[in-house]
Design a protein around this ligand. Sequence first.
Ligand code: HEC
Length: 480
Amino acid sequence: MNYPVWDVPVIGSGWVIGMIAIFHVLVSHFAVGGGIYFAFAEYKARKEKSKEWLSYLKGHSKFFLVLTGVYGAVTGVGIWFAIGLAHPEATSTLIHNFVFGWAIEWVFFIVELSAAAVYYYTWDKIPAKLHLKIAYLYAAASVLTLVIINGILTFMLTPGQAWLSVAGTGKEADQFWLAFFNPTYFPSLFLRLAVCCSMAGIFALVTASQIDSETLGAFKVLVVRWSTRWLFPSFLLMPIFFLWYLAVVPEESKGLLQLGMQTIGQGTFTQVTRAALVSVMGSATVLAIVYFIAYLYPKDFGTGHAFAVLFIALSATAATEYARETLRKPFVINQHMYSSGVRQNERDKFNQEGYLTHSPWVKPEEKQQWASQQPLAHADQVERGRLIFLGQCVNCHTVKGYRSMEILLGERDRKAIGSLLETLHAAKPDSPYTKFMPPLVGTVAEREALADYLSTLGTKPLSSSPLMAEHRASDPTVHK
Ligand code: HEC
């Protein structure tokens, strides 16, 4: 716990990041794919000297500018704020490793955003050739933002052996390139580029759906059909890129997914498997609506259809990102830093010297007290336990709300809680908890304090998660 803790009631900090990120992912992929779309579409419109196409593109570029320039940019910065608060240690590690990567990223962002604004405001005001060049510039800058950010995102799931071998030695920056072009870099880049092209098509359909079928019927058929084509190649390629991606994800990370897959027949899905299914089925539905309505009957394709497609695409994106995030659990930087901000190689230190004693945010005069290897007075024990809970548990749990401690602790008494915490502390590889919860670190006295605190919560009936029910059945600490 090296930073003040961001304890978000009810939904937890994870969902704050999640809610911003889901919209950001959708809009940012549109920002990249849309750039490529405009470059091709304007080239085509100019070549065919089609006034209708140009006027459609002008309208679409306004929608594009507002959505990407305002919404995309604000949510992008929002993610930064949120991760900095929720995962300060991890954010700091990313910045220290990739400082030049980030700097370059911001340069591309500025070029991208400026180009989008210039592109919209210079329609009919500058020579056609120059306007087209701005489209190319925008497309290049936006693809480059993905090229950069993808290295940093994929690093968190697969930092790679080269980087892991120097992690914590101060020589991490020497491995910049290997960390950047890590094992999942390329499959993820191609996967995302495919998503970008689909998003370009989907958002283009939103604008195209508003073209009046009565007066501009023939043109609407052209635009709608041309835009739907942006979805087909990427949907064909996506499964291939996805299998490639899965092939390079480390075995340990696939554990939860496989557990869910094997037990599908018995009805015990893990959350990550469910998310993966929503993602696949959502994508298939998008493709079906786009083909059967937009492609076959373009004139009938209305705004309602377009928003339905957009909504399903949003759900599929949200599910995919959720599954991807969950693959990495209980790590925030795989095999290096747990979601609790504790580094794997710091476990012994915290276990021997104490967790709170190492926190710069515990008041120096209080450190002495928390360092005690003896149980303190009850009220102090509870406070000491609460601080540990804030440091190691609130990244995934809340007291009342999302993954509520009150509900999850259920009817466990002080003794049962104590032995559950010992299971978390030991983190044996065969314990099911080890797949999704980081090891609990701290001295015996600190673990006791956490148990004291937790036993002030919980009394409600146990949650009915099937996965948990299965673990619980084999968990002697649960009172049945
Ligand atoms: C990386 C995320 C993460 C962290 C950090 C984490 N947990 Fe969990 N925990 C989970 C998930 C996921 C579940 C399963 C929840 C469900 O089934 O709804 C869970 C379940 C539990 C349960 C219920 C277990 C059961 O068998 O019913 C308890 C109790 C629990 N966590 C306590 C803790 C405590 C105490 C900490 C801090 C020391 C902690 N967790 C830290 C992710 C986490």
